[in-house]
Design a protein around this ligand. Structure first.
Ligand SMILES: [Zn+2]
Length: 233
């Protein structure tokens, strides 16, 4: 499995080189050389904001709209231009990772991401660290078609959302399944210095047993093998 080097670059972004090992303080050859030469190597920063995004089918979209989760319509062109500018600002090739979408960050688990993942524990990690400050639905381009995506914003110190039934239903939806694909992106600091990570999951499979569990791991992210919960009879 690919895993992004856990060092921070000079400008406080996570390094874009790969290592195979998911332990904290595992560095690519460049950062390891620096460390061996006695230079200080900083660990990649914790996110200030974690945006959890996942694809919704029509049934769930309707259900969540009914619960009062708003639908927002982003200006896709403006967002794309912002990603390109953000990548250039950090001396990065915006289309190096995905050919059709500009990226300024690093996919923590490589281009392929992780497969068959339980996100229940991930949510517990995020809820322990952040507050949910916003939930909304928005359209996302997936190749040639548009799909509905639910976005949950986990942030520090913001005001928690007041629509508790919507939050509960959303968390239940997210927790009680196996996700076929999951990607975590560690993005470089924004203009205000804030670090935003995104977690994307897709292909929800209700009856499948997950193989992996995604953990926040102090903002560096890691996976663990999935262990089936013991049932009390
Ligand atoms: Zn590195």
């Amino acid at each position: 499995m690919q895993y992004a080097c856990t060092a921070a670059t000079e400008r406080n972004a996570r390094c874009r080189h790969w290592v195979g090992d998911q332990r904290a303080k595992v560095f690519c050859s460049l950062h390891q050389q620096r460390k061996d030469a006695g230079e200080a190597v900083e660990i990649a920063p914790k996110p200030d904001v974690a945006l959890y995004k996942f694809n919704l089918n029509g049934k769930w979209r309707d259900k969540l709209l009914e619960l009062g989760i708003p639908e927002k319509d982003p200006d896709f062109g403006a967002k794309e231009a912002k990603h390109v500018a953000h990548a250039q600002q950090f001396g990065r090739e915006a289309y190096a990772i995905r050919k059709e979408v500009a990226d300024s960050g690093v996919p923590v688990f490589g281009k392929e991401g992780i497969q068959n993942v339980s996100l229940y524990e991930t949510l517990q990690d995020l809820l322990a660290e952040y507050e949910v400050v916003d939930i909304h639905i928005r359209p996302r381009r997936d190749g040639t078609r548009w799909i509905s995506v639910l976005v949950i914003n986990f942030s520090h110190g913001g005001r928690s959302i007041s629509n508790q039934p919507a939050l509960d239903t959303t968390l239940e939806f997210l927790s009680s399944s196996c996700w076929g694909f999951c990607h975590v992106w560690a993005n470089p600091p924004q203009d205000d210095g804030r670090i935003v990570h995104t977690i994307n999951s897709s292909h929800r499979e209700v009856d499948k047993q997950p193989e992996l569990v995604l953990r926040l791991n102090g903002g560096l992210w890691s996976t663990e093998p999935y262990v089936e919960p013991e049932l009390d009879y």
